[in-house]
Design a protein around this ligand. Sequence first.
Ligand code: SF4
Ligand code: SF4
Ligand code: SF4
Length: 244
Amino acid sequence: MSGKSFFVDLTKCTACRDCQVACKQWKKLPGEKTRNMGSYQNPPDLSDVTLRLVRFSEQEIGGKMHWFFLPDQCRHCLDAPCKSGASLPDSIIVDPDTGAVVYKEKTAKEDAATIRSSCPYDIPRVNKKTKIISKCDMCNDRVKAGKLPACVQSCPTGTMNFGDREAMLALAKKSLADAKKKFPGAQLVDEESVRVIFLTQDKPALYAKNLMADASNIPARAPREYTRQELFAGLMKPVRSILG
Ligand code: SF4
Ligand code: SF4
Ligand code: SF4
């Protein structure tokens, strides 16, 4: 399995949101009306014009407050459940060079509820007027021109890394070994199944409920894709049992 991958070292993320802004700028996406939700997270969720969102999680551990920051985006799954949920062959494509999972305007003709519920990371969003479904496309235009994705290019802390999949997997494993010296609970998330490999300093659930794949719900949500998604769920189980 070749192509490209991200390695996202969450032990280095400061929630500066440079990546969130860079994504908006490169994609020429507008700001959106938002609201105070009692958190620095802003806007409150992903949308058809916010393809990347830094999620903020406050957790009390051992009587002390801790921040956990998650720059959330499409994981570019190796065997994408959302593509399996599509009825048209060319509404969701996989770039043969990079492995990017790319949504086309034809997604407007798809059943949005099926596509949305097929994603184990709760990523796709729908434009209310056009019905086109949107998500991160790996900045596939930049990558094919030899550049880094805008979010990676803008990250000042070394959290965001991008390159050939083998190199990113090697970097992820080396970084995990280093991180475990300071954070014994550090782990990689679903690294054998996705092209956006997160390194957490503690349990993924502390960051956000959608950081780790919610594969258990997929068959019930998208019954017509049961067999393929069941395979996806099965792929996750051994990875989780190894990581604990
Ligand atoms: Fe985190 Fe880097 Fe994004 Fe800043 S730019 S929020 S450090 S991933
Ligand atoms: Fe599709 Fe969701 Fe995987 Fe992205 S994370 S490729 S939207 S299933
Ligand atoms: Fe946004 Fe591009 Fe990064 Fe995807 S790869 S989150 S589209 S900047």
